[in-house]
Design a protein around this ligand. Structure first.
Ligand code: ASP
Length: 322
């Protein structure tokens, strides 16, 4: 058996934090994960602490740094494992998945209980991520998220619970694979995605959630705030109140791209209803449907699309695609 060279990039998050005497969880001066000595047969680790940040402090600029480190690593490694806070892990994984076309596995993991808490899941998840990264069947699957014995695709994974260790789920596609004591099992392959490079992540793209009785005022205010685009988590399959629809028209008249996803936790957004505020009319007016991703991921996808100067149908197609 050949030895697998795995690059580990620690970024912080609960997996790297400590609980203090009052039970509060905090980032320490050093990252306890760097002292963990895991011995996995035929796996050779290179470990770097690229950041030690709670994931709320991680944004597209950090994601770009991670992406560049992975590109730099090139063919030196057979896989990459990234440890990360769980709050924005789905966004970092989605960003990397959308901008890297590397064939080797890139596996992200985190923990819901910090390093010295009873029942801490950090080292277990770390070891699971390493096993997945070192597995030959993990190649060409895009970025993977491994937690709690499950493997999820970055494209579909989301944090579903505030505190439970079984927090990550893929409501639309289902779990992609499982780890057992001896095996790593994959249930399906993903459809191909369009990977685009990214160089500038400095864009203003807010995400707004629709609600019953939403008016258009905030949308009109945002039009004056120099935004590059907006994502709206719309109702049901992708509908809005009449007033919000008028606000959307106002944004579109100022050439601000408006992307619609669903505020529903599960399912695909698509134009179904043909009346003011209905998805069919919204799409006719120029709104773009990002069918199968949530608001936080659609925001990153719009950012990447705009950075690649995609416009009109090209941008629409890119966001439509699974
Ligand atoms: N607040 C933490 C973070 O995202 C939560 C976690 O890691 O589980 O950094």
């Amino acid at each position: 058996m050949t030895t697998k060279k795995i690059l580990v990039l620690h970024t912080g998050g609960t997996i790297s934090m400590y609980e203090d005497q009052d039970g509060d969880v905090e980032t320490g001066a050093d990252n306890p994960l760097t002292d963990v000595k895991l011995v996995i047969p035929n796996v050779d680790l290179t470990v770097e602490s690229i950041f030690n940040l709670p994931s709320e402090h991680i944004g597209p600029v950090h994601m770009l740094q991670l992406q560049q480190r992975i590109l730099e690593a090139g063919n030196e490694f057979d896989g990459v494992v990234i440890t990360h806070g769980t709050d924005t892990l789905e966004e970092t994984s989605f960003f990397l998945d959308s901008t890297l076309s590397t064939h080797f596995p890139i596996v992200m993991t985190g923990a819901m209980r910090s390093s010295n808490e009873l029942g801490s899941d950090g080292i277990y998840n770390y070891q699971s991520a390493l096993r997945v990264a070192a597995n030959d069947n993990s190649w060409d699957r895009g970025v993977l998220v491994v937690m709690n014995d499950e493997i999820h695709a970055a494209r579909f994974v989301t944090k579903t619970h505030t505190t439970n260790v079984a927090t990550f789920g893929s409501p639309i596609s289902g779990t992609m694979g499982l780890l057992t004591k001896r095996q790593i099992i994959y249930f399906y392959n993903l459809p191909k995605r369009r990977v685009l490079p990214v160089s500038n992540v400095q864009k203003s793209i807010p995400v707004l959630k629709a609600y019953a009785g939403m008016d258009g005022q905030l949308l009109e205010l945002l039009a004056a705030a120099n935004i590059d685009g907006i994502v709206i988590e719309a109702l049901g399959a992708g509908n809005l109140s009449k007033e919000a629809a008028n606000g959307v028209l106002y944004l579109l008249s100022r050439d601000i791209p408006v992307v619609i996803v669903s505020r529903s936790f599960n399912g695909v957004a698509e134009p179904v209803y043909d009346y003011l505020g209905g998805g069919v009319q919204l799409e006719r007016d120029g709104v773009i449907f990002a069918t199968s991703i949530n608001g936080q991921k659609a925001r990153l996808k719009l950012l990447i699309g705009l950075d690649n100067q995609l416009t009109d149908n090209d941008l629409r197609e890119y966001l439509h695609q699974l």
